[in-house]
Design a protein around this ligand. Sequence first.
Ligand SMILES: [Zn+2]
Length: 216
Amino acid sequence: MAPWPSSPAQIQQKAVDMAQLTESVVELIEQFAKLPGIGRKSAERLAYHVLRVSEMEALALADAIRNVKENVRHCDVCYNLAEHELCSICQDRSRNATQLCVVEQPRDLMALEQAGVYRGYYHVLLGRVAPLEGVGPEQLTIDALVTRVREGEFQEVILATNPTTEGDGTALLISNLLSELPARVTRLARGITAGSVLEFTNKEILADALSGRQQF
Ligand SMILES: [Zn+2]
């Protein structure tokens, strides 16, 4: 068998003629091409990469995908990603049990965790209310959130949905549902990015920054 092409020029040349490829290679390219942000050319490059690496390395990728699909689930309490009933954050009893931060997706939770400032618990909505896409409140974990706040000892619920029309709408809906409960409902501050200057900040961000101003 001829060695697989390694230089970009060779790959380019090889990529043109799909008829030369075996069924399995075509299938692999098609699977890669379904990934977000991966065009046809990138998919071909990835497939050639898989063909070039050792069997062990290639199967480690396949196993990692299988493991994620077989083992990862949503936490029973907060709906974060977990491998057991509870995610690592809900298992951590040293966190501040009076604060609950509501986010749209597990990746938002990860971003906040990486900021390293917040030490309370989370609730992942698994989306946002988006009427145009047919996503209503009942498809999210809002009922579980309200029950959690009603039955828990949270003193503050921080709404950290994205600063988009849908994220804001979702936050408003939740704040209405929680209004009867004693917990204080807050929204993430937003405004001017650190390191930027006023004259180059767009007017929506400036308006947000002004309305969300704090005591000096
Ligand atoms: Zn959890």
